[in-house]
Design a protein around this ligand. Structure first.
Ligand code: AMP
Ligand code: GLY
Length: 423
């Protein structure tokens, strides 16, 4: 089977690495890919949001399945585009259609879905510029900290958590009145602050059945001890040590099952991953957010723990056979540490030569922001490499990643030395 993976990050590099191990994988393509995906696939230089370019690549290369890595092509309707096209409608797509993708694309849509199906989540109200005053009055009724969320996609930057009431009021005005996050903040969800520890569950569904993939915890802040600006993610651990059997059964019964059942009740077809961001409060799971794709860097620890054949898993998904699928999971822990460009998540330089990659042993280096320049691997993004290792527990896996990181170098390389510090 010829497969096309859309995207260019560590997530897509990991998916390509795993697909390439399958005897059922024919020609594998990643678009646009990076300097790491070339090891497992042929890169095609196109923008995944340019659906006509994707169509041409599918037809030219006789692609028989498309796996969508990032959220924006899904929110923009790539799966619907395939279903509506005479030449593409029989090519299965891993990733939901546009309507379902609102679970990630609109915080209000997600909150309404959770309320409708009794899925535990923080209480909320949403406001527009016309109800700015009511929004500010609503803030007065809440206890700090105040949680303000831009309704739409804002590249992970649309959530503000503020301690001061006046600041919260003026930020609300910035978001609604002055479009702080562009169209994404033309509506704002204000929600109750939940105090707890976060983790994520990953589910793959074929619309009828689902399988639960390994869970993971990521580290979003740039600074050690979880301080400083939010990033896409600086490292991840799987499984999450505090997520014991009792807690995970609550997650399945109170969150995962009602989510899948809710989609069915609402007549929303869904073929693809559901990434459920959870927070544990008094040993109860609450949903912080849904994403309609895998996480990055969570994929770099979740996929390596899947022992089953990923092409078979995806085929079972697109053929609605997930109920028959026997998912095998590696019992070891996996951890990943992200190496990032100095300055990230603010301004940073690109084009730095990366050295030492050939000296790595006993870790897997997944590329994120890299590209080839002549025969050199150079940096081309904020998050550059994810160094993944296995271990009997997360601490030994992390030690392995850190030992290998000592061998890698690029100018102004930065990484967090405390992944897993809170576990
Ligand atoms: P989101 O984009 O919705 O995942 O929010 C980004 C981050 O903000 C989450 O990973 C949490 O750390 C934090 N957050 C979001 N909503 C809440 C909430 N209701 N209570 C506490 N923290 C939250
Ligand atoms: N690591 C968080 C995300 O992928 O959204």
């Amino acid at each position: 089977m010829n497969i096309l993976v859309l995207g260019s990050g560590g997530r897509e590099c990991t998916i390509a690495w795993k697909l390439a191990q399958s005897a059922q994988c024919g020609n594998l393509f990643v678009a646009p890919g990076n300097a790491g995906t070339i090891k497992y696939a042929k890169n095609i230089d196109l923008n995944p949001n340019d659906f006509v370019a994707v169509k041409n690549a599918v037809i030219e290369n006789n692609v028989q399945m498309v796996v969508v890595g990032p959220e924006d092509p899904l929110v923009n309707g790539i799966h619907d585009f395939f279903l509506d096209d005479e030449h593409l409608k029989l090519v299965p797509v891993i990733g939901p259609q546009k309507y379902a993708a609102q679970l990630e694309g609109s915080k209000e849509f997600a909150k309404e879905f959770m309320y409708r199906h009794d899925i535990p989540t923080a209480q909320y109200q949403s406001f527009t510029v016309d109800s700015l005053k009511e929004g500010q009055e609503f803030l007065e009724t809440l206890q700090p900290p105040y949680v303000l969320k831009a309704d739409g996609l804002a590249a992970g930057k649309g959530v503000l958590i503020l301690d001061d009431l006046n600041e919260a009021k003026s930020e609300l005005e910035e978001m609604l009145g002055h479009k702080k996050f562009g169209a994404a903040s033309s509506k704002v969800v204000i929600e109750e602050f939940l105090d707890g520890i976060e983790m994520s569950s990953f589910v793959l569904t074929d619309s009828e059945n689902y399988v639960i993939l390994p869970n993971a915890k990521d580290y979003k802040r740039i600074g050690e001890g979880d301080v400083g600006l939010n990033t896409g993610g600086m490292g991840a651990v799987s499984p999450v040590p505090f997520a014991d059997e009792e807690f995970l059964s609550k997650v399945e019964n109170r969150v995962i099952k009602p989510t899948i059942e809710g989609l069915k009740k609402d007549n929303i077809p869904y073929v693809g991953f559901i990434f459920i961001g959870l927070i544990r409060v008094n040993n109860e799971p609450y949903v912080i957010e849904y994403n309609v794709r895998m996480g990055d860097p969570e994929t770099e620890v979740v996929i390596p723990r899947i022992q089953s054949d990923l092409v078979e898993l995806f085929r079972a998904t697109t053929e609605k056979r997930l109920d028959e699928f026997d998912l095998n999971i590696d019992g070891r822990s996996a951890t990943t540490v992200m190496l990032v460009s100095g300055g990230y998540p603010e301004a940073y330089e690109k084009g730095k030569e990366i050295k030492g990659l050939e000296e790595i042993d006993n870790s897997i280096v997944f590329h994120a922001g890299t590209k080839l320049s002549e025969d050199k691997v150079i940096t081309s993004g904020g998050r550059v490499l994810a160094v993944t290792s296995y271990g009997a527990d997360f601490r030994s896996a992390l030690k392995q990643s850190y030992d290998n990181i000592d061998k890698i170098h690029f100018d102004k390389m930065n990484y967090r030395k405390d992944i897993g510090f809170d576990l």
